[in-house]
Design a protein around this ligand. Structure first.
Ligand SMILES: Cc1ncc(COP(=O)(O)O)c(C=O)c1O
Length: 370
């Protein structure tokens, strides 16, 4: 077996021209344009992980009986590489994503990618596609998308005996180019995303396929996003679309009395790296931050009494997104004054400043890739 970290390198013979790349990076949006290269590595039951490679970005060839196409063993991750003021390039807590990728693999009976191979693959693509990392000083970054699929050609329903790991990269722009705008959410009681013992805590492709119909329903209700509730009672808040949620309980202007609540990890929601980091950052800023169950009833009543002053969602792509409006089968209500709240904005600024290298990194979260 080749040593896990010995990547072979093949340069793309026809990369985007500097002019084309500059054009694509002017207003990159999210996930629309891709860099010139990709990483691949293979796993078989005989050889384990082998043949890690950085090569030109190209189509993946699959047998029509490849098991991923039939039985859906597919997992992914999402993180960003940020250009720092000194020209270096760093990502945010990549070992947390590596660990979550392993946890997702275990849930799907897939082989675990060694953490070092995961992080080395990030380093390898950033090295070869460094020109695609947006300039320092903004929220623009290179979005990194590691993923793994089963490749064995067989129609037997069982864990496959061969897999492909791959990493692609995509320059991503500022999520809210026109300024931060709160979203409206639809509380989904008809559809559920996850259930006890299910796949909700894994970054598993099928979870996202299953969410689309509810997202469509939310849009039909005039809402931007769906909020998922627990599968059994349909009243405990889990998460929003592809982001975790936070509730701000405030008492006047006293920061020390500000108290943040995020739904506890029950196994049915994705353990977000941003969610976890905000628990720490909130405490650093003098707030109390707790993980516990919170119901839709408590949400609506808390907003009505003025006890809950802000609600926001958090995740790698948009960092922090305020929730301004809530709609459900029985009615609707506004959160706060419908504008981004001060606690959400303070936390957002604290986190993005660390990621951009504009503030000290007391927890050692930034990891240099180049
Ligand atoms: C379902 C879901 N919840 C939450 C998150 C937020 O996770 P993170 O903060 O690690 O990006 C994501 C995005 O990865 C997600 O897909």
């Amino acid at each position: 077996m080749a040593t896990a970290l010995a990547f072979s390198h093949t340069r793309n013979p026809a990369p985007a021209t500097p002019e084309r790349r500059a054009q694509l990076m002017t207003n990159p949006g999210f996930g629309r344009h891709f860099t010139d290269h990709m990483v691949t590595a293979r796993w078989t039951s005989e050889q384990g992980w082998h043949d890690p490679e950085v090569g030109p970005r190209r189509a993946i060839e699959l047998d029509p009986a490849a098991m991923v196409l039939h039985y859906g063993q597919a997992i992914f991750e999402g993180l960003k590489a940020y250009r720092q003021p000194d020209g270096s390039i760093a990502s945010f807590r990549p070992y947390a994503n590596a660990a979550r990728f392993q946890a997702s693999a275990r849930r799907m009976a897939m082989p675990e990618l060694p953490e070092e191979l995961f992080v080395e693959s990030l380093r390898a693509i950033v090295e070869v596609d460094v020109e695609w990392v947006p300039p320092a000083g903004s929220e623009e970054a290179l979005y990194l998308r590691p993923f793994m699929i089963s490749t064995e050609a067989s129609l037997g329903v069982r864990p496959a005996s061969s897999y492909l790991y791959s990493l692609i990269a995509s320059p991503s722009g500022t999520f809210f180019p026109g300024g931060i705008k709160p979203v409206s959410v639809w509380l989904s009681t008809e559809y559920v995303r996850a259930c006890p013992g299910g796949t909700g805590a894994a970054k598993f492709a099928g979870n996202y396929a299953a969410s689309l119909v509810a997202q469509t329903q939310a849009a039909a209700q005039g809402c931007d996003q769906v909020v998922w509730l627990d599968a059994i009672e349909r009243r405990w808040v889990e998460e929003m679309g592809g982001m975790n949620l936070y509730f701000v309980f405030r008492n006047g202007n006293d920061d020390s009395a500000t108290h943040l609540v995020t739904p506890e990890l029950t196994g049915a929601l994705l353990p977000g790296v941003t969610r976890d980091s905000l628990l720490t950052l909130a405490r650093d800023l003098g707030y109390t931050a707790v993980e516990r169950r919170i119901s839709t009833d408590e949400w609506e009543k808390g907003v009505g009494s003025g006890e809950i002053t802000e609600v926001f969602a958090c995740g790698t792509a948009a960092v922090i997104t305020p929730v301004g409006w809530v709609k459900h089968a029985g009615g609707e209500f506004q959160v706060g004054n419908g504008e981004p709240g001060p606690v959400a904005m303070r936390l957002r600024n604290a986190l993005t400043s660390i990621q951009r290298g504009a503030a000290p990194d007391p927890h050692g979260w930034m990891y240099r890739l180049r």
